[in-house]
Design a protein around this ligand. Structure first.
Ligand code: ADE
Length: 225
């Protein structure tokens, strides 16, 4: 899989890709990630990429020409499955979206900044819009990093234990059950007996029951679907 990220702050988004599971995925060539500095495609030598909004109002808007130049260059080099725009005024990211995106070969992620992008960018180039939650970030970079993390960990071979992504929270619209490790007792708090029983059907049944219990309590909305 190849991910191209278009941003005005490449330095802001680089570090999540330099550690842990995501770094290992890149090192193993399971995913390639490229950062494109929008200023490289600026309108002039001063690096102009944004302007005041028509109609007045606070905040600068990213202009269409630099974004068009960058996306058109990438599209002339390969086909893309999706061109995604990170923005708060979009459907919220969920596990289903991450699962679908992890099956793609090439995607572009455009990070918004300031007041966002000229609406015509969204109409002409963007195939999918994603928010990471009902709050406003200073830019799309952190959202793009979150999105990439959710996608990359699902690519086969990225997680050591192939089944562990399948048992994540949300995979069945359920939160994960509680997990424990040694010691079996700590400050009088004991690990549930069933987990020490070695009876795997019973353990599975307990985990499902706990997952449902937790979901009912914390995220009952997930059970409504
Ligand atoms: N840019 C600003 N806020 C955002 C959000 N909540 N999700 C994605 N991109 C954003």
């Amino acid at each position: 899989m190849r991910i191209d990220i278009i941003t005005v702050s490449p330095e802001l988004i680089r570090s999540p890709f330099e550690f842990s599971i995501i770094k290992r995925a890149i090192d193993k060539n399971l995913v390639e990630v490229f950062f494109h500095d929008l200023r490289t495609y600026a309108l002039n030598n001063y690096g102009k990429i944004d302007d005041y909004q028509y109609g007045g109002g606070a905040g600068m808007v990213l202009m269409i020409e630099p974004i068009d130049s960058c996306i058109s260059k990438l599209k002339s080099e390969r086909n893309y499955d999706e061109i995604i725009y990170m923005t708060p005024d979009a459907p919220t990211l969920n596990q289903q979206t991450a699962n679908t995106l992890s099956l793609h070969t090439n995607i572009i992620i455009l990070c918004g900044h300031y007041k966002g992008v000229d609406q015509r960018v969204r109409e002409l180039f963007i195939t999918k819009e994603i928010s990471i939650g009902d709050y406003v970030l200073s830019g799309g970079e952190l959202g793009a990093a979150v999105l990439c993390d959710t996608i990359i960990r699902l690519i086969p071979g990225v997680l050591g234990d192939e089944t562990s992504a399948l048992t994540d929270s949300f995979q069945d619209n359920l939160l994960s059950p509680p997990v424990y490790t040694r010691p079996s007792e700590y400050k009088k708090k004991k690990v549930p007996k069933v987990l020490l029983s070695g009876n795997f059907p019973k353990i599975e049944a307990w985990r499902t029951e706990q997952a449902i219990k937790r979901t009912k309590k914390i995220r009952p909305d997930l059970l409504e679907d």
